[in-house]
Design a protein around this ligand. Structure first.
Ligand code: GDP
Ligand code: MG
Length: 455
């Protein structure tokens, strides 16, 4: 899509912030409004992501700015907010996310995971916008459903504005303590050096038009080069999943380039590079048919930014969070195999290794990185070694079972010492008594077994 002479792709956006700041709700709110009113407006829920076409965003922001000129075809919002192994995702070295929304609860200000997210964004040099969420909780707030924030603020009483300004000033100071200048976006004269704050409510929708417009209009201007479409394939593995009828599949985000059925691909695997061919390129059915469970649309080829499921043989040891490569007719396969292992090798090379020590396996690059870094900290200091015969390494991969993936509900972590009681959602697989578990904490990793299950 060539617009205004620029050939830009859709930016990829992720939502970050402290637990309970409203990440999920904000995503629901961005995604949901029109869908509930029966006007999906072309929004499609893709694998691991939601795609918003420019027309839809123009419609939702028209009260704020009529006929907004947008230079990008749309916006792809990644659906797995705040997930540790997700936030580490890279696409060829740089963060997969072009832009992030950092959600801060206006009633709480900066919290530990806000700062953690901030450090991650700084490290990856990722541009971001701050959503100062839950403004509707200010005492006496008058609801202005889905209104631009300027209009909503115009409706508030003096008292509400006083509380708003006090809290805002405190939060701007907290950001300054983290070395960042921030300002309400409509007062921001130095966009770029000073980060934008957009007050929002994920419940009643105030400020959402402003947030959307910043993401698709202002943000792309700051990253023309990054968003310029290229032919070169850029594709990141989000998740590795078993799907009935398709075997082990990988969910990927295609950032640039094109994929075809039958393409020979290389992905990073636990036992080394996996070379295979795309058996099927799948996307979910459009919104309305989402309820038709387990059925996917098959494609001969796919381009443009989107989330895709790939079925192919031999994907069971693929590592999420790494890049996917296609082997072209003139490509040197050995070179591609090496490139495919770059992400994992660079994580491993940063760690001090010993002749003797533990050999570490993980199903995502993010958890591998987190686990290795943890073992390497001075307080823990467990020696790590990859000094293992190839044969033993293969056995280790076979033995390393990832029987289920549990999502811990943070509100329900009871520190009853021994045993620790966790509230979990079973995301995948079956949790049984005796299942070994590894729980990454803020300062520690708990390794143990499930001793009982309370329903
Ligand atoms: P996450 O942990 O960051 O994903 O937070 P959630 O989206 O799950 O929200 C946590 C809680 O805050 C839920 O009970 C939400 O209903 C509530 N919440 C989220 N956003 C808002 C908001 O803008 N206003 C109010 N009043 N509540 C909110
Ligand atoms: Mg959430």
């Amino acid at each position: 899509p060539v617009q205004n002479g620029l050939n830009l792709r859709s930016p990829i956006c992720c939502i970050m912030g402290h637990v309970d700041a409203g990440k999920t709700k904000l995503l629901d709110c961005i995604r949901g409004t029109r869908v509930q009113e029966g006007e999906a407006g072309g929004i499609t829920q893709q694998i691991g992501a939601t795609y918003f076409p420019a027309e839809n965003i123009r419609e939702r922001t028209k009260e704020l700015k009529a006929n907004a000129k947008l230079n990008v075809p749309g916006l792809l919002v990644i659906d797995t907010p705040g997930h540790k192994s997700f936030t580490n995702l890279r696409s060829r070295g740089s963060s997969l996310c072009d832009i992030a929304v950092l959600v801060v609860d206006i009633m709480h200000g900066l919290e530990p995971q806000t700062i953690e997210s901030l450090n991650f964004l700084k490290k990856g040099n990722t541009n971001f916008v701050i959503a100062l969420n839950k403004v509707d909780r200010l005492y006496g707030w008058k609801t202005c459903r889905n209104a631009p924030i300027g209009k909503a603020i115009g409706q508030q009483s003096k008292d509400v504005m006083m509380e708003f300004n006090t809290r805002l000033t405190q939060i701007i100071t907290q950001f300054k303590e983290q070395g960042l200048n921030t300002e309400l976006y409509y007062k921001n004269k130095e966009m770029g050096d000073t980060y934008n704050i957009v007050p929002t409510s994920a419940i009643s929708g105030e400020g959402i038009p402003d947030l959307l417009l910043l993401l698709v209009q202002w943000a792309p201007k700051t990253m023309i080069k990054r968003l310029t479409c290229s032919e070169k394939l850029q594709c990141t593995v989000l998740e590795v999943k078993v799907v009935e009828g398709h075997g082990t599949t990988i969910d990927v985000v295609l950032v640039n380039g094109m994929l075809h059925e039958g393409d020979r691909i290389v992905v990073c695997g636990m036992q080394g590079p996996v070379v295979t061919s795309i058996r099927a390129l799948l996307t979910p059915h459009p919104m309305r048919e989402l309820r038709v469970k387990g059925t996917y649309l098959h494609h001969k080829e796919i381009k443009v930014v989107q989330g895709i499921k790939i079925a192919a043989q031999g994907l069971q040891h693929a590592i999420a969070g790494t890049s996917l490569y296609v082997v072209g007719p003139n490509d040197d396969i050995e070179y591609i195999k090496e490139s495919a292992m770059d992400d994992v090798n660079s994580v491993i090379s940063r760690i001090d290794k010993s002749d003797e020590g533990v050999y570490v396996q993980a199903s995502t690059l993010g958890s591998l990185e987190a686990l290795l870094e943890f073992l390497n900290t001075r307080a823990v200091d467990v020696p790590v070694s990859d000094n293992l015969e190839e044969e033993r390494k293969r056995e280790a991969v076979e033995e390393a079972v990832f029987p289920c993936v549990l999502k811990i509900i943070p509100k329900y972590v009871f520190n009853t010492k021994d045993p620790i009681v966790l509230g979990v959602d079973v995301v995948e697989g079956i949790a049984k008594i005796g299942t070994p578990i590894c729980v990454p904490g803020q300062k520690f990793v708990e390794i143990g077994r499930i001793s009982s299950i309370i329903n």
